[in-house]
Ligand binder design. Structure first.
Ligand SMILES: CC(C)(COP(=O)(O)OP(=O)(O)OC[C@H]1O[C@@H](n2cnc3c(N)ncnc32)[C@H](O)[C@@H]1OP(=O)(O)O)[C@@H](O)C(=O)NCCC(=O)NCCS
Length: 343
């Protein structure tokens, strides 16, 4: 007797980003305000990182609220209704309630019905990781439209007395609707991780350690500090410049695209000097517009690529249908790069 066979599943042949949207918190923190916390200068921050100001979220601008705002714009641009969304992926490292996933609340607030909804933790590569998952879900026949959100409140994880990080991080949300396409709209994802370098960007201490210490306060009077992000800037910088330029080139090669065919280069907004070094390594022609959103937004980790993408499209620097090279990289260490068609 032949064994029963599962009916094959088939999805769309290709997928693409159909809409993108961002949310930037109202409160602007200029470098002058950062100088009230650390010994530095506006000139040092601008020349070493490219950052002039960043946005920090207020109490009402929660991870869920910023996500809903960004997603609403992406859904509108995609021209679909929230009920059509068959998957909600939220990438964040700064949502402090681990369960249930914040994606379920966001899905409910948007009206995505019973769409599967889950969180991922992939730091600054989170948007690329989410895009890869969405592409697989759509082409694998498990969803027609997927909402991918990158959202952070990194101000909650910033030690304002730490000179090496206090000026870097910002808050915000970026969202994209990924859906079926007649032509390839998301090239092969070049993604990976290197856990041997996990200590380079990490939390100062785990939450359970912090809580154990706070318990100890009662008995031993030990002082505990709210965990924050700490970073060994120089090795991260070197890794980003040398290794990530190779990953970006692999994404171009895998997509069969040359740098001069790009309509935009949208790297993770980690540091303007990293972006400039990558431009050199990739021999990117001057005619290709480059995302420089970091100047006004700081480093918003998972939100940085969709926020930068939205800004380039809105300002007219990049155009719908153009090819963009995106690359995210950060704590893990993790990375993800691909060539995508802009919505
Ligand atoms: C953080 C970063 C901007 C620091 O720049 P840097 O050039 O590496 O700075 P260094 O830590 O080597 O310090 C250089 C000098 O500036 C000083 N300095 C450090 N922080 C400073 C600050 N906030 N303001 C002014 N001076 C500062 C140091 O004391 C040092 O002085 P010295 O030469 O007299 O000893 C840079 O390392 C970086 O961007 N790294 C990658 C970060 C990143 O991309 N992270 C996100 C990945 S997701």
């Amino acid at each position: 007797m032949t064994k029963p066979q599962i009916r094959p599943v088939s999805g769309a042949q290709y997928s693409r980003i159909l809409g993108v949207g961002g949310y930037r918190p109202v409160r602007v923190i200029p470098n002058s305000e950062v100088l009230e916390w650390i010994d530095s200068s506006d000139e040092w921050i601008r020349t070493r990182s490219g950052i002039a100001e960043r946005r920090w979220a207020g109490p009402e601008e929660s991870v869920a609220e910023m996500s809903v705002q960004a997603a609403g714009k992406a859904i509108a641009q995609a021209g679909i209704s929230a009920e059509q969304i068959g998957g909600v992926i939220v990438s964040t490292v700064s949502h402090f309630k681990q369960t249930p996933a914040i994606a379920t609340e966001i899905s409910e607030r948007l009206g995505c019905g019973n769409a599967p909804a889950f969180d991922i933790s992939a730091a600054c590569a989170g948007f690329g990781y989410g895009l890869g998952l969405a592409d697989g879900m759509i082409r694998g026949g498990n969803a027609e439209y997927v909402l991918v959100i990158g959202v952070e409140r990194l101000s909650d994880l910033t030690d304002q007395s730490d000179r090496s990080t206090a000026f870097i991080f910002g808050d915000g949300a970026g969202a994209a609707i990924v859906g079926p396409s007649d032509t390839p709209g998301i090239g092969k994802l070049i993604w990976g991780s290197d856990g041997s370098q996990a200590d380079l960007i990490t939390q100062t201490q785990a939450w359970d350690t912090a809580f154990a210490k706070s318990d100890a306060i009662n008995g031993a009077g030990e002082e505990t500090k709210w965990p924050a992000l700490k970073m060994d800037g120089q090795p991260v910088f070197r890794w980003a410049v040398w290794e990530m330029a190779k990953v970006a080139q692999q994404a171009l090669d895998a997509a069969g695209i040359t740098a001069d065919q790009l309509g935009a280069f949208i790297p993770h907004q980690a540091n303007m000097r990293i972006t400039d070094a990558m431009i050199k390594a990739l021999k990117l022609p001057e005619s290709v517009p480059v995302a420089r959103d970091i100047a006004e937004t700081g480093n918003t980790s998972a939100a940085s690529i969709p926020l930068a993408m939205e800004r380039m499209l809105e300002s007219g620097e990049a155009h719908s249908g153009d090819l963009a090279l995106i690359i995210g990289f950060g704590a893990g260490l993790v990375y993800a790069a691909a060539v995508v068609t802009l919505p």
